[in-house]
Each structure stands twice: as C-alpha cells, then as structure tokens.
Design a protein. Sequence first.
Length: 476
Amino acid sequence: MNHCHFISAMILLTHSLLHLDLTDRISRLEAQLEAAIARAAESERAQRAAELALQEMAAQAEHHRIGTRATPSSSPPLHVAADQAVYFRSHIPLQQSQQPALRQMQQEIEEQRFMGALCKSVTSFQIERALGSGQYGAVLEVRCVEAGHRWSNNRYAMKVCFNFELNTTQAQSAYLNEYAELVKLPSHHNIIRFLCEFFGEVDDSIRPHLPEFARESSIVRPQDGTPRNRKTQFFVVELADETLESFIRRAYPPPSVIPTRLVRMIVAQVGSALLHLESQRVAHRDIKLDNILVNLNSAHRPSDERSLPITRCMIGDFGTACELDEGLKLTISVTNTGRVVSGSMWGNEAHIAPELHSALNAAKASGRAMQVELDFSKQAVYELGIVGYEVVTGEGPLNGEYPSSLVARGSRGASSRIEYGDDQITLIREERLAREQASMLKRMVSCDPSRRPSLVEVLKCFDEVQEFHNRVEIEI
C-alpha cells in the first residue's frame, strides 16, 4: 500500500470511528432514557400507593376520633403508611419535574439519530443566514429540509471549515478531531449538542454566505477552464442565541454591575458542565467567554429581580479538548529544542493553571527530549474562576500579562515556574459580588492548586439549592 492509499484508509477509518462514536452515544442515551422512564413509572405507582396510604391514615384517624373501628383494608400499617407518605411527599415534586426533561431528552435522541443517519450533505439543509466567520471557518444558521425531519421549528449551527489549501486527503483529516471528544461525551444540558458531520462540496447554496476570500478559495479552476467545487468538512450542532462574551458586552457594558443572581447562574451552569467533563476524564482546555454559548430568555422582566435574561449556558468549541488518564493527567513529548511533538496543546493560555505552564516551561528549558506529565486535576476549577472574574469585573484576577509577567527566573535566567501570592489576586468589591462568592472565586484562582476548591464546593457555594443546574442527568 503506498503512502496516499494508507492516508486515505486512515481517514476513512477515522470517519467511521467518529460515526460509530455518535451511534454508540445515541444507543447509550436511549438505554439511559428507557431506564429513567421505568424509574419514573415506578415512582408514579409508588406515589399512588402513598396517596392511598394517606387516605387510609385519615380514615383511621377519623374512626379513632369518633370511637369506631376502622374498616379492614389491604393498606399498609399506619407507621409504614406514614413513612411512605413522608418519603414520597419529599420526592414527588422532583419526579414530576423530571417528566418534561425526560420527554425533551427523548425528542433530542430521536432528532440526533435521524440527523446522524440521514443528513450527509449540504442538500439536507437550507441556509437561513451567516452567523460569523474567521480565519478557519464560517458558522451558518440552517434548518433541516431532509424528508422525514419532524422538528421543523428547530434551527442549527453549521460550521463550514476553511481547509481549501489542503488536498482532499488532508482536508478530510484536518478538522475531524475538533468534535471527536464532543461526540463521545454523554449528553449534558450545559454542553452543546452535536448532531451530524459530513465531508462535501461547497456549492452555490453555501458560497454566497462565505467571506470573499473563502468564496474564491472554494472553487478549483483547472487548466481546461472548467471550474468545480472544492470539498471541505461540515459540522452541525444545536444553535444558541449568542456567546456569553457578546451578551455581556451588549447587555452590561462597563461600568455596569452584573446582578449577583445572574453571576451565580453562569458559574453554576458552566461549573456543572466542567464537572461532567471531569467525570468523563476530558479536559476542555479553552474555557473562555467566547466559547460559552447562551440562550436568551424571551420572557425576561427586568423589573423582576428573580427574572434572568438568559435561560441556559453551554460550553462549545472542543477543538483543543483531550482525554486524560484516571488521575486526570496527560503525558506529552517535548523535543530538545522545546517543541511539543505529541498531543494537541491548549487554547487561550491566560486561562491555563500555573502548574501546567510551569511543568511545560521546565521541560522546554531543560534542553533535553523528554516526556512531561501534566496534572489537569485543578485546571477546570481554575479556568472557571478566571471566567467568573471576567464576568464580575470585566478582566482577569491578576495585574499584568498572565502568564508571561509572572514567570519566576531560575539561576540561569531560564523561564520556569509561574509564581504569585494570594495577595496579588484582585479583590472583588461587595457591590459587585457577595463576600462568600467573591472569596470562593479568589480561592479558585490561587497559584497553589491545593488551595483551590473542588468543583462540587463551587457549585454548593454558587447554587446550594440547585436552582440553576438541577436538571435530570441520567447515568447508566
């Protein structure tokens, strides 16, 4: 097998694995949903039994009051009925609140299965408008027009990758890893939902919505003068209203104070997503305001302090995500010239924990080829703390350029550790955030990872009664 055939075979295998991951995920979700529905049905039966028990208790109490004997029945003894009543009265509201979420989950699974199986080209979609573009791709709002699609009100975000400078074989592989981790993840309410991917032509339905440089690059003009469409990678995910960055810039321009209740919601929902990733041993490595998507609340009432302008936060853009080992560690290889040769690197380094920078800096400065073990166990809470500071204060927690301005110098002047004290972390004024939550944010961004709280502690601090992240999360 020659080199080109080998690469083609590997790309075909990668596509197949991506499809298998999506298929396996949907099958697991269906099994989880069936189990949850069965539990809900059992709960309803138990609820009816408890109601009968309560009726029997009332009858026995009445008979006792008037001195008559209660009519024998098949109801449980009084003390058992009382226990059942207490238990189910405390659990019935939760079970009832789960029903809409279960129905929604069932709809999402059916939608995902349909689109993953049948939406394999741009002809499955109608373009509504362009949402934005950059150097590496454009995002379009689309609706599905594939025959049999039952969710006509739904709109989706289609990413068109700009990999036109690569040949077909390279182009197919260039962006496949971007959604590889997302496809394998169990579903979570605060993580963007992946629906389908395909490799296809950039035709005339797509081209007018692309920036000018991409329109030209999307056409091949061979010597015979017959133009043809280039092919590229497409991804389709659920559509959000806007990024958290654009929402804050629009709704709360400086020096506005973002309501504490909204801050609590944002931290709780993003934290819940990060805790889910941590449980799956996945590091996102690029959490920032621009990679957090929000859905707006059309019924928001500014005069009502309990009303919130957004209903949901979701983590998106898994382009730098990676799998970790059981200890939440990742091993990478560094050459004697300081170049990382195995494993993808993180995104925005200003949101990466100091111990990770320090470990990589030390390896690069050693002048030796080596493997480096990076400990991500406190990275998620660190980047959530950075996001919290940016939401509350409009900037990061440290003065100067992090991490470059905080690199300690070794005896030879070589870059090594990132160092700063807790006293260098910006204090958040009480008019911007309550003291308890402000103190928690400060702990989250401590240079010493042992001083940082767990994500569970953060969620308890920002959302103790689970108002903002208490959605059905079904586990196998």
